[in-house]
Design a protein around this ligand. Structure first.
Ligand code: BGC
Length: 383
């Protein structure tokens, strides 16, 4: 069991925090007028959509489809996620914590310019939601999330919006069930008018007591809650045991024709997580190599092929939503591993999401120096 993910409070990441959404003063791109008025653009976007809908009703008796009705199929949605970057360590942190990356809105412009097609936005909603009904989510968090989504869309980046680190739920699925549904109801209603490029992901890496049958039940129920306000939105679901490929067999996808399946890929774990401060015993894994030899490659390719076979059987598109290796790994091994996992995923027809943007240990971007790690970038985009 991967209790390793329990993050030690002492995560050494120093520095500043979270999205500067509310305080950031950088100018939005000119390409999208809807971002020009405010950084917290949800209200603006929604108001414009409603106004357009009203005008349409007056002109044309035939009811125009809403953006969500025009939703493309999940294959098209997954194609938009072809080269995704995880905004790790930003909104996934606990309230008041900082893990290093200090996301300003113009960083999202830089991400788009580098060639990424989407951002995955991990958000720790549960620590911003009341403990008692109606489990209201703090507006401060909504505003930050809205600003990120707005800026991503303005850059033509698709967005995966997830529920991340809901630790109480994974410990006590029944006890947190109502709260989980209430959190999703609020997120879904707030973003119901977003374009199809915004994809909801039900829960990052269910684990511990949230596995197998209970996860199948809760994920289907959460999808039902989402469908109340978002009938046509693409929704992503992954298996238990931290989104392990080997757990796919236990995953029962709800009967719904707009789903993407997702797995996370950190194999061999002792290589990718060597020295991870939040993983018990990982300090003893430093020096673990991945030389990219035939046997090393075969093991990874076989596991990814399992995911491919499952996806084909289920007739569902697949997104490797996280993969990456810590900076403690030998740098040549790390680059070879990233390139191999990325290329193999592409060969399987999967979309991928690199973990992550700018944490000091996984990041492809140095937030302080405002510079890409060109070698890692080449591993992600090279031929
Ligand atoms: C977690 C991160 C972690 C990463 C790799 C993600 O799902 O949210 O905090 O660094 O996995 O372990």
């Amino acid at each position: 069991m991967l209790t390793h993910r329990r993050r030690l409070a002492a995560v050494i990441l120093g520095v500043a925090l979270v999205v500067q959404a509310c305080s950031n003063s950088s100018e939005p791109t000119a390409s999208n007028e809807s971002t020009a008025t405010t950084e917290v653009g949800e209200t603006t976007l929604r108001a414009e959509t409603q106004e357009q809908a009203t005008q349409t009703d007056e002109i044309d008796e035939v009811e125009e489809p809403t953006p969500v009705d025009m939703m493309s199929n999940p294959w098209e949605a997954n194609a938009r996620l072809a080269a995704t970057l995880n905004l790790g360590g930003v909104l996934e942190v606990d309230r008041g914590e900082t893990w290093g990356p200090d996301l300003a809105l113009d960083d999202i412009d830089t991400i788009a310019a580098a060639g990424f097609t989407a951002v995955r936005v991990p958000v720790r909603w549960s620590v911003w939601a009341d403990e008692t009904p109606p489990f209201t989510i703090d507006d401060e968090l909504h505003d930050r999330v809205d600003a990120v989504i707005e800026r991503a869309l303005a850059n033509d980046l698709a967005v995966v919006l997830d529920v991340h680190h809901f630790e109480l739920l994974t410990q006590d699925p029944e006890g947190q069930r109502e709260r989980f549904m209430a959190i999703w109801r609020q997120i879904a209603e707030r973003h119901a008018d977003q374009p199809p490029e915004v994809i909801f992901e039900i829960l990052n890496e269910p684990n511990t007591n949230l596995d197998g049958a209970i996860w199948n039940e809760l994920s289907a129920e959460a999808l039902g809650v989402i469908r109340e306000s978002n009938p046509g939105r693409t929704v992503m679901i992954g298996p238990g045991n931290w989104y392990s490929v080997l757990e796919l067999e236990q995953l029962e996808l709800p009967d719904d024709d707009n789903l993407i399946a997702s797995v996370h890929f950190y194999e061999p774990f002792r290589f990718t997580h060597q020295g991870a401060t939040w993983v018990e015993g990982a300090d003893q894994w430093t020096g673990t190599q991945w030389d990219g030899g035939e046997e090393d490659r075969r093991i990874l390719a076989d596991e990814l092929a399992l995911a491919g076979a499952w996806a084909e059987e289920q007739n569902v598109p697949m997104f490797v939503g996280e993969f990456g290796a810590l900076i403690e790994a030998d740098s040549d091994d790390r680059l070879a591993w990233v390139a191999f996992v990325r290329q193999t995923s592409e060969a399987e027809g999967f979309a991928w999401g690199y973990w992550d943007w700018a944490t000091f240990n996984f990041g492809v971007y140095d937030n302080d120096a405002e510079a890409w790690n060109e070698d890692l970038l080449a591993a992600l985009f090279g031929s």
